[in-house]
Design a protein around this ligand. Structure first.
Ligand code: SF4
Length: 422
């Protein structure tokens, strides 16, 4: 295939639930990041950015020549209709690169109050065929995240005729409901999936109790053909990126606005390298052992190819155990030196002689093996030596939510993520 005939290189689109996570996502190779805003419902939720942070995230993205999309994909209620216009105007003012919608009401308001902002359609709109794509295109949508329930052949057919950009999820948690059309989280703890706030209670462990036998719990289980209905595996399409790139899918999306720094760094750098490597030499592309390791060492459920490449029954994507696989944890994050302005920079943090500052996230002891996750895919393993607090006092132990400084003989970057074995 000549270069001219090649489909475009897909955009790697990553989630971020905070400004810090935006920095991490960009550092590790995301072309674009999607975030949620706190103001939409005039309520504050963890895992979303306030107005100032949204503006800062946009500035950061553009400074790095990347993009920031803001999800406004809740299904609006009457009260929301009053607050949405101002919010949408604000998103346009800060030059959000796209607003992600799913409710036609939000779409109408966005067209009126943020007419210059491109509009993307969320997976929650459940777009499953080319005619629906055409419909949404006529409504002013310029990109659609296709329903996760489609097969590869269906995506291929839609891609052939679509005149707008198509996006697919390649990694992350999946719903046992039709992408977010589910009330479980809203019932269990008041955080509605339809407002982008799902806490994934479908993965918790459930039992059945008969009314007259309190305290007698019957586990919900079935056999291999049965209904582990509350318990989806995690999607991982690493091995199939080439097929999706070959048909010209515009963007690969990673799920997980609530996920932590270690997940973001590991997953984003893996997909970044996989996309780049396939792009450079598709004929010799193969999945690197280190990529599998990175994905295996973040907290996750057993992986599945989901419905896109499922070659047997749909229950292939359902897991019988309820626990997450977690062998490693976030040890800390490299921070810029105090009073430094390096925080938004992607330039190296030290030259091998200066102090490296670490914000500690797990209890650290001398001798522990730390893995510094480089944004080029390399991992530097370092046995922690002596370290100090910021005043220069030697410490026997570093506790979470404190800062330490250490001398390292290799380069680090602000926002570089450090993992360690649990
Ligand atoms: S509870 Fe589970 S099925 Fe329901 S929206 Fe959340 S992830 Fe999807």
């Amino acid at each position: 295939m000549s270069t001219k005939d090649r489909p475009r290189k897909p955009e790697l689109l990553a989630p971020a639930g905070s400004l810090e996570k935006c920095r991490i996502a960009f550092l590790y190779g995301a072309d674009a990041v999607y975030v949620g805003g706190k103001e939409y419902n005039l309520r504050s939720y963890a895992g979303n950015l306030d107005s100032g942070e949204l503006a800062e995230a946009c500035y950061l993205a553009h400074h790095l020549d990347k993009k920031l999309y803001v999800t406004v994909n809740a299904f609006a209620r009457e009260l929301d209709l009053e607050t949405l216009p101002r919010y949408l105007q604000y998103l346009q003012e800060i030059r959000t690169d796209a607003i992600i919608v799913s409710d036609p009401a939000v779409l109408l308001l966005a067209k009126r109050w943020a007419p210059e902002a491109p509009l993307h359609l969320s997976t929650q709109a459940n777009t499953t065929n080319s005619l629906s794509v055409q419909f949404w295109q006529n409504q002013g949508i310029c990109r659609i995240n296709l329903a996760r329930e489609l097969t590869f052949e269906e995506v291929q057919e839609i891609q052939k005729v679509a005149a707008i950009e198509l996006e697919v999820f390649v990694h992350g948690a999946m719903c046992i409901a039709y992408s977010g059309r589910c009330l479980l989280s809203a019932f269990m703890n008041g955080r509605s999936a339809n407002r982008g706030l799902c806490t994934q209670p479908c993965r918790w462990s459930y039992s059945l109790v008969e009314e007259k036998r309190p305290g007698e719990y019957f586990p919900i289980r079935e056999d291999s053909r049965g209904s582990y209905i509350f318990n989806s595996k995690d999607l991982c399409l690493l091995e199939h990126l080439g097929k999706l790139m070959a048909i010209g899918v515009h963007a690969f999306k990673i799920e997980g606005r609530m996920k932590g720094a270690l997940y973001l760094a590991s997953v984003i750098r893996t997909y970044r390298q996989a996309i780049d490597r396939y792009w450079e030499a598709p004929e010799i592309f193969e999945v690197d052992r280190k990529w599998r390791e990175d994905l295996a060492w973040v907290s996750h459920r057993p992986y599945t190819r989901g419905l896109l490449f499922s070659d047997s029954a749909a229950c292939q994507g359902v897991e019988t155990a309820t626990s997450y696989v977690q062998t490693h944890t976030l040890a800390g994050i490299v921070r810029p030196a105090p009073q430094s302005r390096w925080e938004t920079s992607l330039s190296p943090h030290n030259d091998g002689e200066d102090w490296t500052y670490i914000e500690v996230r797990s209890r650290l002891l001398p001798g522990m093996k730390l893995h510094f996750l480089g944004n080029d895919g390399a991992t530097t393993i370092h046995a922690l030596g002596n370290f100090q607090d910021l005043s220069g006092n030697p410490l026997p132990v570093a506790n979470p939510n404190t800062w330490i400084r250490v001398h390292l003989t290799f380069r680090t970057f602000p926002n570089e993520v450090i993992r360690t074995r649990r």
